[in-house]
Design a protein around this ligand. Sequence first.
Ligand code: PLP
Length: 340
Amino acid sequence: MPKGLNRAALTAVGLVAFAGAASADELVMYCSVQQSWCEATAAAFTADTGVDVAMQRKDTGAALAQIRAEASNPQADVWWGGSGDAHIQAASEDLTEAYESPNIDQLQDWAIEQYETADHKTVGIYSGVLGWGYNTEFFDRMGLKPPLAWSDLENPDYEGEIQVANPNTSGTAYTALATLVQLYGEDEAFEFLKRIDDNISEYTQSGTAGIRAAALGETGIGIAFLHDVIQQAAAGFPVKAVAPSDGTGYEIGSMSIIANAPDPELAKQFYDWALTAKAQSRALEAGAYQIQANKAVAPPPEAPKLEDTKLIDYDFAKYGSAETRSHLLKRWDDEIGSQR
Ligand code: PLP
């Protein structure tokens, strides 16, 4: 499909942010990190290469669903960001294409492991630890003790005070679901989710909605990636990050080239660029506190220290497989989502 049509179609539904002027050569990017980092990345690529970007921001699971729906007529070239499980599932469904970038050697081992797991159809670009943030003013005012372990979230004092996203749309929430299953076993994880259901005010669409609500004092606790909590704290909101003391999971945020992309050469140009230290070192300027995959980019000083965090040995191949991911999401719908 000609690029102009592609852009026009995306514009028509009002979902596209453009960096730079219109041109025949335009990269179409689906982006699953926070809006501000998506926009900054599109603008930086245009500034460095002169290539315009039509960017559409989508939560991780929603991006996967869109790419799957468009498989017979792909509309986008590259999918940048979002939790890696969904990228691995896309790879296993052949929705994304293998690519060997000359810049692969610049990456941390965990980013390359992600690339190997998916037969080179995705690659790690950042990582982040799962946990939650709580509103310190709310906790002080109510005289409540903050939750430090997953089991603390069952405290009846927190009734209606927790927000977490729906794991079908949100990579953050799927990481939480898969983490609990790996910590407790599947049946006990679902029992735990049922026990905390009264404390959950809302299963939001986007993984970052809960921590933004906690920052604004609209809820007490938002389950989130800690880099999202740190971003709110750095912006001056009264939130504090907690890495659960009984163990937690983490994500390898990923990037994939879409199979049969309208412009595979531009997709590769973006992919090579996105792996460079120059591109990744701009994350912090955009308020993104993830740990970047390029070895030359130092982790932000505010990022949680991995050595101080009790991380599970997250099985990305299993929890990103179509079989396990689809099974857990269906069970979540049947036992949690549909009970609302
Ligand atoms: N925002 C940030 C900063 C992320 O790191 C991620 C996941 O990688 C997301 C958003 C994904 O959002 P969602 O949970 O809505 O898929």
